[in-house]
Ligand binder design. Sequence first.
Ligand SMILES: [Zn+2]
Length: 258
Amino acid sequence: MGMIFETHAHYNDEAFRDDLDSIFARFPEKRIGRVVNIASDLDSIGECLDLAHRYPFMYCALGIHPSDSAPLTDELLEEIRGKLSDPRVVAVGEIGLDYYWDTPDREIQKHWFEEQLEMARQADLPVVIHSREAAQDTMRLMQDHRAEEIGGVVHCYSYSLELAKEFVKMGFFIGIGGVVTFKNARKLKEVAAGIPIDHIVLETDSPYLAPVPFRGKRNSSLYLPYVVDAIAQIKGMDPEEVISRTEENAERLYRLRS
Ligand SMILES: [Zn+2]
């Protein structure tokens, strides 16, 4: 029987400071298997590595989120690069462009996105891409850097079905989480319906984006069964099949063995 693979969480977030172990203790009951914890700013790099070494079911991705890229320097990037050979590191991320918060300056965001794409290529790791209101520039930079050779996931996917098909053509996975349960998420439901199941991975982005009926509350991987059910319903599939197929996909994405 498959286990739910959580491809994107931030358990280093202070929202989990008091009860991380009690959340993890309930993973078996909700059939949560492996988790990839994703770094975002400079402080989180060390925290994500620590967590991935402490918990045998956890891996991590190391990288700097576009909104946190202002303090990056070449020296700091070299420090991150040096940690990528750690066996618990399975990806570079999250990296990308965020024109919703739109800070720092777009040229700075683009610069570090490009640098980190190349860092992933050199380390032979996939990328976890964060892209918000920046569809065109994200796609253009991915094409410029031949991202189809690097591979990865577009996490918390928020664009059109048409563009999702382009990412899938590049071999990328589409990360789908709690938003798919929202009543007004017409576009994401279309995406879930329209792309093949073998390019979908499950994620929460915990502590953010809890699914209905917990919308607005702190999210955790424990709520992933709601995302499974939503995708199963949209695709007319058995929830068990959604769990096992997306688990296989996550293994392919992060190049892990079951
Ligand atoms: Zn995230």
